[in-house]
Write a protein that binds this ligand. Structure first.
Ligand SMILES: CC(=O)SCCNC(=O)CCNC(=O)[C@H](O)C(C)(C)COP(=O)(O)OP(=O)(O)OC[C@H]1O[C@@H](n2cnc3c(N)ncnc32)[C@H](O)[C@@H]1OP(=O)(O)O
Length: 165
């Protein structure tokens, strides 16, 4: 009988960890109904995504395979998502065609903060970047989050520049 194939992204991301009743796993197509938009709204207020828009973007990102990973933390008891974060693997020419992990959009639901969930998600994203051979992981954050990211080993380097359209 044919065996189900392991999802390489899920296994690299260490899906299945359920310490504290939260399971950190890759984003799934059905997560729009588990509070994913509510989480994103805590990062940047915006109109909720339609299901079509979510599924279209999900499919686009899925085509990038392990070069774009969105992790979520699902609360086992309620099935709701309590945290999310993403890492994008950039393929460079410099550094002998090296790769860099960009950590983005880390958020923990306001009701679940202060329990180590944010740190666990960021550690998983960093592990994923390391596992993809990245020589560094980088991110932009507000000055007051220096201490949070320092817990995972990030150090302040350079300045962030932005040009918004
Ligand atoms: C790259 C980006 O995405 S930047 C955007 C980051 N996201 C946001 O700002 C959205 C709103 N904020 C949040 O979602 C959350 O507050 C987060 C993600 C910043 C932190 O998530 P939490 O789950 O509450 O953090 P967690 O409990 O894992 O904290 C881990 C450690 O960092 C510390 N920490 C948490 N927040 C901060 C902070 N703002 N400053 C200093 N230390 C902090 C905690 O005290 C804890 O330390 P301890 O182990 O010594 O007790």
């Amino acid at each position: 009988m044919e065996q189900p194939q392991a999802d390489p992204v899920a296994s690299e991301a260490g899906a299945g960890d359920d310490a504290d009743g939260y399971r950190i796993r890759p984003l799934e197509p059905g997560d729009i109904s588990k509070g994913f938009c509510d989480l994103l709204a805590q990062l940047s207020p915006s109109a909720p995504l339609t299901e079509d828009a979510y599924r279209t973007r999900f499919a686009e990102l899925a085509r990038l395979g392990a070069d774009h990973l969105v992790l979520v933390a699902e609360h086992a008891a309620t099935g709701r998502l309590a945290a999310a974060g993403a890492v994008l693997v950039e393929r460079k020419f410099i550094r002998r065609c090296g790769t860099v992990g960009h950590v983005e959009d880390v958020v923990v639901d306001a009701a679940a903060r202060g329990r180590g969930l944010g740190e666990r998600v960021v550690r998983r994203l960093v592990e994923h970047a390391r596992g993809r051979g990245c020589y560094k992981a980088i991110l932009n954050c507000a000055p007051e989050l220096r201490g949070f990211y320092a817990k995972v080993g990030f150090q302040e380097k350079n300045v962030q520049m932005g040009l918004y359209f």
